[in-house]
Every structure is written in structure tokens, then in C-alpha cells.
Design a protein around this ligand. Structure first.
Ligand code: MTE
Ligand code: MO
Length: 345
């Protein structure tokens, strides 16, 4: 069953231009002179290791896939060619007690993810070798990567080299340690699992204005007075700072992907080399903010009213806001135009 919601945009995602495809995560496979192979093992009667050229001779299909990255960019309508996982499982004779599949990359950290086997088959999970008629470039996982339609893109592994059939789930790299949601359904916004910080612990950290190097995924700081907060190097994915006062806060090198800063006061805040992918900065006061080196894929500074086309909830940026033009490449057209206009180049 192909993706029923093909061509639609899941909640809180934005599309990137047709000619754009951001790189996320690892950029290169493991350095090795070993030939590229792909193996299928675990609960199969006929385990196999294919050499790359053998693999590329298996029957392929083409399907259109919408990519939805958890950092809030979507790229719709990519035509992938490759081998269906179902086809591989036929060849390797999957056993009936296999319920999960672990997909492992030929990369330094043996990057991995896992899928529920019935969903992988239903969603037409594939091992792709080409997109839009071109071979897959190495930064995007070429020569072969897995593609799982209908899930956030972290369920699609670049440079796949092992497929292991299991009766129990084996959490992947992002899911195990980084708090990514194991279901990854973009329509349900299953992005991250929230951490188990107690209200008291959170209150104490806020009292001391000290988040430095702490792991505080999803911490809720809405409406708080946190002027001068030290959050350098902190892990603050999905953190909530709506309406908070953060004058002079230090977020240097913090991971703030998908964080919420709507209507916050960020005057003179330091975001040097921070990760702001997917962060929402609508309505925030960003005068004298330092954003140099910050990663801005999918970040939003303004909201476009879908009825009237007017810009609403505009962040306050001006010539005192420090940001480099090359950083704005990562933004969608509307966001980029808004920022360029505001900082007045
Ligand atoms: N081997 C490997 N595969 C990976 C990752 C990674 O870091 N290493 N990152 C995942 C994430 S989070 C995303 S969004 C996509 C990014 O693929 P792209 O760089 O081709 O856009 O790959 C996924 N697969
Ligand atoms: Mo991702």
C-alpha cells in the first residue's frame, strides 16, 4: 500500500525547494577498502551477503516518496528506484517469528535504525540506489540506502550494509540514546520521547540559571524569567521557552533543534554555533542576538497566514542581529526573504 498521504505536508513541517535536499547526520560512510556488500541475516532460512553488483541486479521498482525530516523540513515527491525489502525477504526466506528488522550502516558509528516488520512491508520499505533518475550521491547514502516511506527520515539508513531480522526490537542509534521516538509517525508528530526530569529538578535548574552542558530535552520554561541563563553546550531539543525572558542568555553550541522560542525576549542572546534546526523563533525579540555559525535548517522567524498570505508573528531582527548570509541558505524562501529584509543587508 503506497503512502496514502503522498503530496501532503504533515503538521509543523515546511517544504524545501524542489532542487534542495539537505544533508543530515553522517556525511560519509566508514573508510574502508573492503568491497561494498549488503547482508540479510537473523531470522531467515537463507541468509545472504550480496556483493554490490549482485545486489544491483535484483529486480527493482520505482516509487514516489515524500521525505519528512524530524527537524521540520519535508521534500515532497522524490522518485526512488530500488529493491523492495519484501523482495529481499522472499529471496532470504524470512521466518514467521521475525517481527522487527534492524538496518545497519557501513559507517564509523555503525549507525542503525529499526522497523516493525509488518509496517516496513506495508509501507514498501526499499533499498534505493537511485533517485529522480540519478545514482544516489554518497552524502545521501549512495550507492545504497534504505528508504522507509511514511516515517520521519531518521528511519531511513544511509550506506546500508546489514539487514537483521529479529523477534524483538533492537533500538537504533537515535532512538536508543538521543530520545528520538521509535514510532516516528510524522502525522502524529512522534518526534521525541520526553525526558524524565522532575518538576522540582527543573525548577532548581531554572532558579540557578544554569543549564550548561546539561541534557534537558523537552524542558518546559514557558513564561519564565531567565535573563542571563547559561545554557552553553546544553542538549535542549524540543525545549519550550515560549514568552520567556532570556536577555543575554548564552546558548553557544547548544542543541536547540525544534525548540520553541515563540514571543520570547532573546535580546543579546548568544547562539554561536548552536543547532537551531526546526526551532520556532516567531515573534521573538532577536535584536543584538549573535547567530553566527548556527545551523538553521527548518527554523522559522515568521508565520505566513495561509488565508491572506500576510506575514504574522514576525521575529524582531535588525542590523544589530549578527547572522551570515550563507547561513540563510538553509531557510525556506519566505523565511530567508524575511530575515534578509529585517537585517537589511
Ligand atoms: N548512516 C546514517 N544514516 C542516517 C543518518 C546518519 O547519521 N547516518 N541520519 C538519519 C537522519 S536523522 C536523516 S534526516 C536522514 C538524512 O538523510 P540525507 O542526509 O540524505 O538527507 O538520514 C538518516 N539516516
Ligand atoms: Mo533527521
Amino acid at each position: 500500500m503506497p503512502d496514502k498521504r503522498l503530496g501532503q505536508i504533515p503538521p509543523n513541517q515546511q517544504t524545501v525547494g524542489a532542487d534542495k535536499w539537505p544533508f543530515v547526520g553522517e556525511r560519509t560512510p566508514r573508510e574502508s577498502s573492503d568491497p561494498i556488500t549488503i547482508s540479510v541475516s537473523g531470522l531467515v532460512d537463507n541468509p545472504q551477503t550480496f556483493q554490490l553488483d549482485q545486489f544491483l541486479e535484483l529486480p527493482t521498482i520505482e516509487q514516489v516518496v515524500d521525505i519528512h525530516c524530524v527537524t521540520r523540513w519535508s521534500k515532497l515527491g522524490v522518485l526512488f528506484r530500488g529493491v523492495l525489502l519484501e523482495e529481499l525477504l522472499k529471496i532470504c526466506q524470512v521466518q514467521s517469528d521475525a517481527k522487527f528488522v534492524s538496518l545497519i550502516a557501513r559507517s564509523q558509528r555503525r549507525h542503525s535504525t529499526s522497523l516493525q516488520l509488518d509496517q516496513a512491508i506495508e509501507n514498501r520499505c526499499m533499498i534505493a540506489s537511485a533517485y529522480d533518475g540519478k545514482p544516489l550521491p554518497v552524502e545521501h547514502g549512495g550507492p545504497i540506502r534504505s528508504i522507509m516511506p511514511g516515517k520521519y527520515f531518521y528511519k531511513s539508513v544511509k550506506w546500508i550494509e546489514e539487514i537483521v531480522l529479529l523477534d524483538q526490537d533492537q533500538l537504533g542509534y537515535w532512538e536508543k540514546d538521543a530520545g528520538y521516538h521509535n514510532h516516528a509517525d510524522p502525522w502524529q508528530e512522534e518526534r521525541y520521547i520526553l525526558p524524565s526530569l522532575t518538576k522540582r529538578e527543573a525548577a532548581e535548574l531554572m532558579q540557578n540559571l544554569n543549564f550548561r552542558k546539561r541534557e534537558l530535552l523537552g524542558i518546559v520554561c514557558n513564561d519564565r524569567d531567565l535573563n542571563g541563563l547559561d545554557a552553553a553546550f546544553a542538549l535542549l531539543r524540543n525545549a519550550e521557552f515560549r514568552n520567556a525572558s532570556l536577555v543575554g542568555a548564552n546558548f553557544e553550541q547548544a542543541n536547540l533543534s525544534n525548540a520553541h522560542f515563540e514571543n520570547s525576549n532573546l535580546q543579546s542572546a548568544n547562539f554561536l554555533n548552536a543547532d537551531l534546526e526546526g526551532a520556532n523563533l516567531q515573534g521573538a525579540d532577536m535584536r543584538e542576538c549573535d547567530l553566527r555559525g548556527a545551523s538553521l535548517f527548518g527554523a522559522t522567524f515568521v508565520r505566513e497566514n495561509s488565508q491572506t498570505g500576510e506575514l504574522e508573528d514576525c521575529a524582531k531582527l535588525d542590523s544589530s542581529t549578527q547572522i551570515k548570509l550563507d547561513q540563510l541558505e538553509a531557510l525556506t524562501d519566505i523565511q530567508r526573504q524575511f530575515v534578509v529584509m529585517s537585517v537589511g543587508d
